[in-house]
Design a protein around this ligand. Structure first.
Ligand SMILES: O=C[C@H](O)[C@@H](O)CC(=O)C(=O)O
Ligand SMILES: [Zn+2]
Length: 277
């Protein structure tokens, strides 16, 4: 498992493009036939993917990194499929996940397997895990059940739909909050006006980014911003003190996921756009 440590705002200010990318961008996800996991000390989130082809893939532990006998011994995980239909098997129970469907798996489940319904058109499971102190029921959430919220306007180029899967009023969890946002065609800005939330860290996984398109992901303290150029199926780690907004050269979607002190989606500190530097 790859390990990332934490950098302070003061350290981040001094980084050049390559260093920023090394620190905050995850560009190794969604390799076919593989599970990929990245451990960040930012709220101890584990960010990953599973793209099962011929063989089912097992969610492994890494005794050296997490110090337990199985992955979910002291953790919970959200699984969101951004590809064709797949199956997640949790201690012998199968959950079918179609595109944009999510599975919350609670602490204490010993064996998690990922399979594709059609190995020639593999499922693409995005994984986000936080530490957990209690066991909540494993539950599947469909896009329809995910409380679609329409936000933004074409005038501001940010008309989008936010689906909340795991949060205080949805699938229950210890600290994981997770959902998906889709921009309408012709709309390029996400999360603008931007915000921070010192109570939680966040990771964005950009997807449905066209092959010749990129997203300029804005990060940093509101008065000390930087950007990272992101391509399809790449993720960016956002520490508590950082804004996390983006503008694409075309429309796109992203999965947002958080861990920290609370599971209240709305607990954000808005940044006045004209205060950004
Ligand atoms: O803390 C919440 C997250 O940053 C996202 O849910 C914001 C988002 O999807 C959007 O405004 O488009
Ligand atoms: Zn946020």
């Amino acid at each position: 498992m790859e390990i990332r440590f934490q950098s302070s705002p003061a350290e981040t200010k001094t980084m050049d493009t390559a260093r920023l990318r090394q620190e905050y961008l995850i560009d190794t996800l969604f390799q076919e036939g593989k599970i990929e996991l990245v451990y960040t000390h930012v709220d101890r989130l584990i960010v990953g993917s599973a793209v099962p082809t011929k063989e089912p893939l097992f969610l492994p532990t890494d005794k050296k990194v997490i110090g337990v006998d199985y992955f979910l011994e002291r953790r919970e995980i959200g699984v969101l499929n951004i590809g064709p239909k797949g199956i997640v098997t949790v201690d012998g129970t199968d959950y079918e996940l179609d595109t944009k469907e999510c599975l919350y798996i609670g602490k204490g489940n010993k064996e998690v397997w990922f399979k594709s319904a059609d190995p020639a058109n593999p499922a693409r499971f995005y994984l986000l895990s936080t530490t957990a102190h209690a066991s909540y029921p494993t539950v599947k959430v469909t896009a329809d059940q995910a409380e679609p919220t329409h936000l933004g306007s074409i005038e501001n180029s940010n008309e989008r739909t936010i689906y909340k899967y795991i949060h205080a009023k949805g699938a229950q969890s210890c600290q994981l909050v997770m959902g998906l946002t889709e921009l309408k065609p012709g709309n390029m800005w996400n999360t603008m006006p931007s915000h921070v939330h010192n109570r939680r860290s966040e990771v964005y996984l950009y997807f449905n980014v066209k092959d010749d398109a990129v997203v300029f992901h804005m990060m940093g303290e509101p008065t000390e911003t930087r950007h990272i150029v992101v391509r399809n199926e790449q993720a960016v780690i956002s520490p508590t003190w950082s804004i996390h907004s983006g503008v694409g050269t075309s429309n796109y979607s992203f999965i947002w996921g958080m861990g920290g002190e609370n599971i209240d989606y709305g607990d954000m500190d808005p940044v006045v756009t004209t205060d950004l530097r």
